[in-house]
Design a protein. Structure first.
Length: 79
């Protein structure tokens, strides 16, 4: 059972390609998809809204206790 997820937004070092074009800031990225489990690791996508085609990626290696920023995704990655 995952507790409420707290993501370290202050560690984000890369922004989704169209973030500034859309006039968004990191504070707009509040929509969390369900974490995907891959063995011991969890990955979560954070978007500005549901159905968004780009956003931030965080991963956890301890069942969701701690998350670290690992990059961005955009529609080209979601093949």
């Amino acid at each position: 059972m995952l507790k409420e997820i707290e993501l370290p937004m202050d560690t984000v070092t890369e922004y989704p390609p169209h973030m500034q074009e859309y006039g968004l800031t990191l504070e707009d990225y509040q929509y969390l998809e369900m974490p995907q489990q891959d063995g011991e690791n969890y990955t979560i996508h954070v978007m500005s809204q549901s159905g968004e085609m780009e956003g931030l990626v965080f991963t956890s290696e301890d069942q969701g206790e701690n998350w670290s920023f690992t990059g961005v995704f955009d529609e080209n990655d979601l093949s």
